[in-house]
Design a protein around this ligand. Structure first.
Ligand code: HEM
Length: 547
């Protein structure tokens, strides 16, 4: 067999003489190509001979971040020899359907937008690290809090709440303050706001509340009468309005604002002892706000002023930093107060439940890509690590469901595979497939239990030991105490700040579609917070205070 091939080959004419004849011509052509400076409009090098092109390993999957060819290609990697003109019949003729590159380019462009977040659509992200500065290992077995000096990478997304993705960052609105800790035991998301309380205490009301804040579905305008109308049914919101209508309702930028976990979580020690916990971020550069007329000027000049401030500060090496504090309550003492500590419309008074320092967070790196690290990032209050658990806070319990649900819709079922969302530690389970699954797997055993798969259960994680009992019911909490903390906060303002606050309430209640009944109810609520506040509002609105 081998011999026969040898003899067949020997009968073919040799190509060697032709090669020597063609060599000078090839050199001439190659030199001619090289004599033009490379530009994005001149033809590129031949893909098969381009020494700059990384070698292809057909047995490896291209990393999802691979955008590394020195010449244009289609998404499937074929060389694109003209990225300027569509393929037409003749010079002026119609475009051919076979211009696959053009069609792919347009189709990709047509699908560039993904659904924006239903709330907190407008945001800015940055990366950095969290460092433990104080020992809290007696309170929690969370690995990333195990000892002073331990550092954990983080990414933070700041946001406004109500308006759309391109809205001005100077509007009066709470600000989101969401931190993703990439710990060795999985991600921990602390999804907070810049105000320590919330408008409502039962998640059942969240969609209606957001509808009331969002633009009128008919006019597409945010209208105060809808907000005043909705909250006239919710006296528990007054405390939150003492933040929203205060100066902190428009932060100077994202660097100069506090952050709060808002909801109550549970810290659990290694031996299973639970403590209710609230988280607080304090900016080292202080809290600063924009007054209303300043906000108009700043917003009129740059509607992305807070994004720009964050990016520019980090780029200039002026790294934003926050200190993390916690307040803790022994889980057995939760009935000791005149308010319910799991009521998200309440703060825990710092004179009786002091702030305890835990660590610091420094944002020292800007994101590389806004879409990948801001639009595709997915925070979720349900994402916790061993040593941190939820509490029975009803609003938190609702949030545990809502975020991952919206993200499966907004980003697809494999959203946790996206690089910004994926844990940085190893992971293993049999959840697989689904739209846009890009994980390469080659296992044959995708069920559990199996004698072929050596993966075991992790070590048992301590969870709150409390025995839960009760019948099924839909009800409100017993200790509503809607007005006390709101009044205390109003009284803590200096007179000028009180006056600015009153003016903002008056402006909201002056909407022509706000009725006499609405105004009376709101003034009655504010009177119960603080009698003098009720009187001032009533006199500015020409109403009798109604206790
Ligand atoms: C039951 C009450 C709540 C529900 C149902 C709810 C629901 C949602 C939803 C659906 C999103 C969009 C998430 C996404 O598309 O990725 C979101 C975003 C967000 N929520 Fe809530 N939320 C609630 C209360 C709160 C509270 C009390 C806070 C503050 C502690 C908060 C802070 C945030 C933040 C910061 C974001 C933006 C996260 C990011 O930057 O991507 N939410 N919320």
């Amino acid at each position: 067999m081998g011999r026969r091939i040898e003899s067949e080959q020997s009968t073919k004419p040799s190509l060697v003489p032709y090669f020597f004849f063609l060599l000078p011509l090839l050199v001439l052509i190659a030199n001619h190509h090289c004599s033009f400076p490379p530009s994005n409009t001149t033809p590129g090098p031949n893909p098969r001979r381009d020494p700059g092109r990384p070698a292809m390993d057909p047995y490896r999957h291209r990393p999802s971040s691979g955008n590394n060819s020195s010449f244009w290609t289609t998404n499937s990697g074929a060389p694109v020899w003209n990225n300027n003109s569509a393929l037409t019949v003749g010079q002026r003729g119609p475009i051919l359907l076979e211009d696959y590159h053009l069609i792919e380019k347009l189709a990709q462009f047509d699908r560039e937008r993904i659904p924006e977040r239903v709330v907190h659509a407008r945001g800015a992200s940055a990366k950095g690290f969290f460092e433990v500065t104080h020992d809290v290992s007696h309170l929690t077995c969370a690995d990333f809090l195990r000892a002073p000096g331990v550092q954990t990478p983080v990414i933070v997304r700041f946001s406004t709440v109500v308006h759309e993705r391109g809205s001005p960052e100077t509007l009066r609105d709470p600000r989101g303050f969401a931190v993703k800790f990439y710990t060795r035991e999985g991600n921990f998301d602390l999804v907070g706001n810049n105000m320590p309380v919330f408008f409502i205490r039962d998640g059942m009301k969240f969609p209606d509340m957001v509808h009331a804040f969002k633009p009128n579905p008919k006019t597409n305008l945010q209208e105060n009468w809808r907000i005043v109308d909705f909250f006239s049914h919710h006296p528990e919101s007054m405390h939150m309005f003492t933040f929203l209508f205060d100066d902190v309702g428009i932060p100077l930028n994202y660097r100069h604002m506090e952050g709060f976990g808002v909801n109550t979580y549970t810290l659990i020690s290694r031996d299973g002892k639970p403590h209710l916990v609230k988280f607080h971020w304090k900016p080292t550069c202080g809290v600063k706000c924009l007054l209303d007329d300043e906000a108009v000027t700043v917003g009129g000049t740059c509607h992305s002023h807070a994004t720009k401030d964050l990016y520019d500060s980090i780029a200039a090496g002026n790294f934003p930093e926050w200190k993390l504090y916690i307040q803790t309550i022994d889980a057995d003492h939760e009935d000791k107060f005149d308010f319910d500590p799991l009521d998200v419309t309440k703060t825990w008074p710092e004179d009786i439940i002091p702030l305890q320092p835990v660590g610091r967070m420094v944002l020292n790196k800007n994101i590389d890509n806004f879409f990948a690290e801001n639009e595709q990032i997915a925070f979720c209050p349900a994402i916790i690590v061993p040593g941190i658990h939820y509490s029975d806070d009803k609003l938190l319990q609702t949030r545990i469901f809502s975020y991952a649900d919206t993200q499966r819709h907004r980003l697809g079922p494999n959203y946790l595979m996206l690089p910004v969302n994926a844990p940085k530690c190893a992971h293993h389970n049999n959840h697989h497939d689904g739209f846009m699954n890009f994980m390469h797997r080659d296992e044959e055993v995708n069920y559990f239990p199996s004698r072929f798969d050596p993966a075991r259960h992790a070590e048992k994680v301590p969870i709150p030991p409390r025995v839960l009992t009760g019948c099924r019911e839909k009800c409100i909490i017993h200790k509503e105490n809607n007005f006390k903390q709101a009044g205390e906060r109003y009284r803590s303002f200096d007179p000028a700040r009180q006056d600015r606050f009153i003016q903002r309430v008056v402006d909201a209640l002056s909407d022509p579609r706000v009725t006499h009944e609405h105004r009376s109810i709101w003034i009655s609520y504010w009177s119960q917070c603080d009698a003098s506040l009720g009187q001032k509002l009533a006199s500015r609105l020409n109403l009798k205070p109604n206790m």
